[in-house]
Design a protein around this ligand. Structure first.
Ligand SMILES: *Cc1c(COP(=O)(O)O)cnc(C)c1O
Length: 486
């Protein structure tokens, strides 16, 4: 291959492709329109011995993925919990790749190490977490759980005179994890990665608000008294946006010497809003917190944050010394706090997002998402055949579809709901997800993008109404419903 130092042709093409993609988001299909077979056919090129021109590779790539991408960075994507990307964060992400630094150590990229220092301080202020907490910028909340729980494992076992970093887990005292039964599966996976095994997780009873019940926690803590315990709490459940009662639960957990970890993938961001921060009252008393940049802060994938009060345990669980590494005395080596070895300058896009938005902009983003989630769920709930199952308290809500004329069983309305989700997504106007909540199928709505506005909500409401009328009619004609209709 010829070495060609002129990047300008391919990068100019990319600028065009990128702006075309972003400008189309508002009126293009939100769903993918290309079939699995066609995607394979288009993308599965023969592995060639001769290389190609950079610009031909890129131009063809753009053509081949067209129809296979979702409009998840636009304003009418409400499935899962997926944020968009604010312009400064996207641009900073491009530069991060351009600079191509290894943000492992201060010595590998002094500027990016300092950016992460600054970002860590800003994030703790924004999220209302203790100033002395250590932090790590990870690939996402899942890896933040991993990082936080590695520190917890180190600390809890050390108190039982067991150095897990040296001895491993075989023969170690068992760690118990007591949790809200709505636990996000990413915690379970982190627990598995840490060798603790999913069996150590004990889901506990909830109160009427869906929060961990203090009496059930107290009883469970009594049962394992004196043994290493992690109490796993939730700040923003994926279905309902529920928050555990931190003020009540954390002191209780601490009275039994438990480590308290909080999953706040998106919910921790409510702290930036005066209107919603009360939900997080007392969360600062926990021992570790995991959250995301790529959800509510609208930083491009992938970006998560871990914060740990006991910075000694954090460092002990992550850092390592090798003869060829150059460690900084006065600056922060990311390597000491992160699970990765080599890594991209993951703090840069966060730095840019926070500066572009400012604290007011982040608060406004959070409040807008909550308002639009509410408008959308309540608006759909007014339609004949739709029932609000969970009115959004923050940015998450649930709808179930119940046939207004045919006397469907719950099972049939499950299929009816899934059919609605599928048809709504196929309309290309908006994209939503499904979930099973309290044993019933529901449509789940999450508003998490800075792009969503009034017009997006109106377009979405109109589209749902149209689809609902069609599906009601279709099922009336066939007089029955089963999963073959999906
Ligand atoms: C998204 C999410 C996670 C997982 O986060 P990733 O960034 O995908 O690793 C964990 N918990 C909750 C509540 C979430 O919404």
């Amino acid at each position: 291959m010829n070495k060609n130092n002129d990047y300008s042709i391919v990068l100019k093409d990319v600028l065009n492709h990128a702006t075309n993609f972003l400008n189309k988001l508002d009126h293009d299909n939100v769903c993918a329109t290309k079939s699995l077979e066609k995607l394979r056919e288009d993308l599965k090129k023969p592995l060639k011995s001769k290389g190609e021109l950079a610009e031909s590779v890129i131009n063809e790539l753009v053509k081949d993925v067209d129809g296979g991408l979702l409009g998840s960075t636009g304003g009418r994507f409400f499935a899962w919990v997926i944020g968009g990307a604010v312009p400064a964060a996207l641009a900073a992400d491009w530069l991060t790749s351009t600079w191509d630094q290894n943000a492992a150590l201060y010595a590998c990229s002094p500027a990016e190490a300092i950016i992460e220092e600054v970002v860590g301080e800003w994030l703790k202020k924004l999220l209302g977490l203790p100033e002395q907490a250590s932090f790590a910028i990870t690939t996402g909340c899942q890896m933040s759980h991993f990082t936080c729980l590695a520190a917890a494992r180190n600390h809890l076992l050390k108190k039982h005179s067991w150095d897990v970093e040296v001895k491993g887990l075989i023969g170690a005292p068992r760690i118990h994890i007591l949790t809200n039964s709505q636990l996000h599966a990413s915690v379970e996976r982190a627990v598995r990665f840490l060798g603790l095994g999913s069996e150590c997780i004990k889901p506990l009873e909830l109160n009427e608000a869906g929060q961990l019940k203090s009496e059930s926690l107290r009883a469970a803590l009594e049962e394992v008294k004196g043994e290493p315990v992690i109490v796993q709490l939730c700040a923003g459940d994926i279905n309902t946006g529920m928050y555990d009662n931190f003020e009540e639960i954390i002191p209780l957990a601490h009275s039994y010497n438990a480590w308290v970890h909080v999953d706040g993938a998106f919910g921790l961001w409510a702290n930036v809003s005066d209107k919603y921060k009360h939900l997080l009252k007392g969360v600062e008393y926990a021992d570790s917190w995991a959250t995301d940049g790529h959800k509510w802060l609208n930083v491009p994938y992938d970006c998560g944050y871990a914060f740990i009060k006991n910075n000694k345990a954090h460092k002990a669980s992550m850092s390592l010394r090798a003869s060829y590494l150059t460690h900084a005395d006065e600056a922060r080596d990311q390597f000491d706090w992160n699970p990765e070895w080599s890594r991209r300058g993951r703090g840069v896009s966060t730095y840019a997002a926070i500066r572009q938005l400012g604290t007011e902009g982040i608060a406004s983003l959070v409040e807008r998402c909550c308002k639009y989630a509410h408008d959308l769920v309540i608006g759909i709930g007014r339609l004949r055949g739709a029932v609000v199952i969970w009115e959004p308290q923050i940015n998450q809500g649930l709808i179930r579809f119940v046939h207004p004329e045919l006397n469907f069983t719950e099972d049939e309305n499950d299929v009816f709901t899934d059919m609605m989700i599928e048809r709504i997504n196929a309309s290309g106007k908006l994209f939503i997800g499904g979930t099973t909540w309290n044993g019933k199928r529901c449509m789940r709505i999450s508003v998490c993008s800075w792009q969503t506005d009034e017009e997006d909500i109106n377009i979405s409401l109109k589209a749902v109404e149209e689809v609902l009328n069609n599906v009601i009619l279709e099922t009336k004609l066939s007089k029955s419903i089963d999963s073959s209709m999906l």
